[in-house]
Design a protein around this ligand. Sequence first.
Ligand SMILES: [Zn+2]
Length: 248
Amino acid sequence: MSDFEVVVLGVGDTFSERNHSTALLLRCDGFQLAIDCPDSYRSVLRAATLRAGQPLSLAGVDHVLITHVHGDHMNGLEGVAFYKHFVEGKRVQLVTSPEVRAVIWDERLKASMSTLWDGQRFRALTFDDYFEHQPLDWAGEITVGPFRIRSRRTKHHVPTSALIVEAAGRTLGYSSDTAFDPSLLSFLEPADLIIHETNYGPAHTPYSSLAALPADLRARMRLIHYPDELDTADSAIAALTEGEILRP
Ligand SMILES: [Zn+2]
C-alpha cells in the first residue's frame, strides 16, 4: 500500500457552479504539498475534510506549488500568505517555474500585499517577506519534502507546468492546464496514475481526444478541471470528485 496520497480538493473550472476550482493536496509521510491554491482556500480544505472524513487544515500546509498564474489556480494565494504571515508568523514555501516567479509578485500580488498599515504608519513589504521560492526545473528534478518533481511546459495561454511527482515508489502524472498534446501524454504515460484536465477552447483538452486514447492508458487516467456539463456518469475516463483520496 502506497503512503503517497492525493486528496482531491477541487475538480471544476473557473466558471463552475458545482465545484471548486481545480486543486490537489499531495501527502506522504505527514508532509503536505498543495498543488495550486484556489479562492477561499481554507473553506476548500474544510469542504474536503467533511467529504473525506479526514482533518485538513492550512496549519499543515506550508508548501504550495503554483502551476500557472490563472486566477482559478492561484486566487487563494494572497489569503494563504496573509494567514501564514499574520497567524503563524511563517513564510509560504512557494514552488513555481521561473516564468511564474517572474510575474507572480509584480503582476499579481504586489498591489494588495506590498503595503501594510500598522496603526501608525505604512510599512513596505516584498515577495521575500511572505514567500520563500523554490524553482521548478524544466530540465531536471527537484525535491520538495518526500516528493521528487519533474516538470514540463504545457500548451496553454501562459507558462504552465505539467508535473511528474514521485514518492514512496509511486508516481503521479498531472497534466495541469493544457491543449491536447501527444508529446505531453508521452511525458505523463509512465506514471502509475495520471490526472488530466479537460475543458473547452484551444488551450484546453477536449474530452473526445482523451476518450479516444488506448484503454490501458484511460484506465490509469482521471479527469479534472472539467466543465459542469460533462456527463461524469457516462464518461470513458473516470472523473474525479471532491474529497476523494487517491493512492497512485
Ligand atoms: Zn489555466
